[in-house]
Design a protein around this ligand. Structure first.
Ligand SMILES: [Zn+2]
Length: 293
C-alpha cells in the first residue's frame, strides 16, 4: 500500500498520495482539481472507474474530522489494486467519484495550527473565531460549509455565511451539476452512525433512504439515527446532503465515523479502525444504486 494508515498526513501528503495513485493506476483513475479554497489550495476530485455515471463520496467538510480524508484515499487505493488484480465489472461501466478533502484550509488549521494559513487577513480572522485550532471545523473564512448550502432548512447564523457564498460550497455544487450522479455519501465524524432521513423530502424518498441506510448499517456496524436527529436545533440546515437530495431527488446519506467519545483532533489510531468499517461502503453503495442489491 502507498497509503500508510499508521501515520498522519498533511494536506500536501494527501495530495502526493493521490498523484502517486493516479500514476500507478492510470487505466482506472482520473484526478483533477475541482475548485480552489479561499487560501489557495486545490480541492481534488478523483474518478474511480471507466464510466461517467456514478456515485459521489466526500469527506473533510468539517476540518477537525481529520480521519476520513486519508481513509477515503486508502479506499481509492484498495479499489484500484483490486481492479488491477481481479477486475470489477461495475467499475468498467460506472464510476465512483471521490472528493476526500472538501475543506483543505480547515484541515491544515485543525492539524497544524493557524500558521498554516498564508493569507494574513484570513489567518487573523480564523484565530479570532476560535483560538483553539484543534477543534476548528470551519473553512478559512470561518464559515461552516455544512451550513452554507442553499436548501429549505438553511438558517442564517454566525457561522453559516450567506447562502452558497464559499468556494468549497460552489465547488461541490459544480461537481454535482457537471456529473451524472446516482447518489452521494458525505463522511463526517463522530458517532459511528448514519443519518438518512430528509425532512424536506417525500415519504417515498425516505423509504428508499432507509433501505439503503439499513444495508450500510449491516456492512459497517454503525447504527441508524432517528428522523428527529436530522435538525433538532433548527440550526443544522444548509448541509451537503440536503442540497443533493432537494436538487436531484436521489439518495444522499451522511455517515459518522469514529466513536462519539473521541477527542479532537482525532487520534491517528482511528484511521485503520475506520478503514476496516467503511472500506466496502463506496462500492456497495454504487452496487445498490445500479442493481438495487
Ligand atoms: Zn461533521
Amino acid at each position: 500500500m502507498f497509503v500508510n494508515l499508521n501515520v498522519s498526513y498533511s494536506y500536501s501528503g494527501i495530495m502526493r498520495n493521490l498523484i502517486l495513485l493516479k500514476k500507478n493506476y492510470p487505466r482506472l483513475l482520473a484526478l483533477r482539481t475541482a475548485g480552489v479554497s479561499h487560501d489557495g489550495r486545490d480541492i481534488p476530485l478523483v474518478r474511480v472507474g471507466k464510466g461517467d455515471i456514478g456515485t459521489l463520496c466526500i469527506a473533510g467538510v468539517h476540518s477537525r474530522e481529520n480521519i476520513n480524508p486519508i481513509v477515503l484515499v486508502a479506499i481509492i487505493e484498495k479499489l484500484a489494486r483490486t481492479y488491477y488484480s481481479a477486475g470489477e465489472s461495475l467499475l468498467d461501466n460506472y464510476a465512483i467519484y471521490f472528493m476526500p478533502l472538501m475543506n483543505p484550509d480547515g484541515y491544515e488549521i485543525s492539524t497544524r495550527g493557524f500558521g498554516a494559513i498564508r493569507n494574513d487577513i484570513l489567518r487573523y480572522r480564523c484565530e479570532k473565531i476560535q483560538p483553539d485550532y484543534s477543534g476548528y471545523k470551519f473553512n478559512a473564512r470561518g464559515v461552516d460549509i455544512n451550513r452554507n448550502f442553499a436548501c429549505q432548512a438553511f438558517m442564517p447564523s454566525l457561522y453559516s455565511g450567506a447562502c452558497n457564498s464559499e468556494n468549497e460550497t460552489l465547488t461541490l455544487i459544480r461537481v454535482c451539476r457537471d456529473n451524472e450522479l446516482l447518489g452521494m455519501i458525505d463522511f463526517h465524524s463522530r458517532g459511528n452512525n448514519i443519518y438518512y432521513h430528509r425532512a424536506a423530502m417525500s415519504e417515498e424518498y425516505n423509504q428508499k433512504q432507509l433501505q439503503i441506510a439499513q444495508q450500510l448499517s449491516l456492512l459497517t456496524g454503525y447504527s441508524l439515527n432517528s428522523p428527529e436527529l436530522e435538525n433538532p436545533d433548527n440550526l443544522s440546515g444548509g448541509n451537503t446532503v440536503q442540497l443533493f437530495s432537494e436538487t436531484y431527488h436521489k439518495p444522499a446519506i451522511t455517515i459518522e465515523t469514529v466513536e462519539e467519545e473521541a477527542d479532537f483532533p482525532l487520534d491517528k489510531k482511528y484511521q485503520s479502525v475506520v478503514f476496516d468499517a467503511i472500506k466496502e461502503v463506496p462500492l456497495t453503495f454504487l452496487n445498490l444504486l445500479v442493481h438495487g442489491h
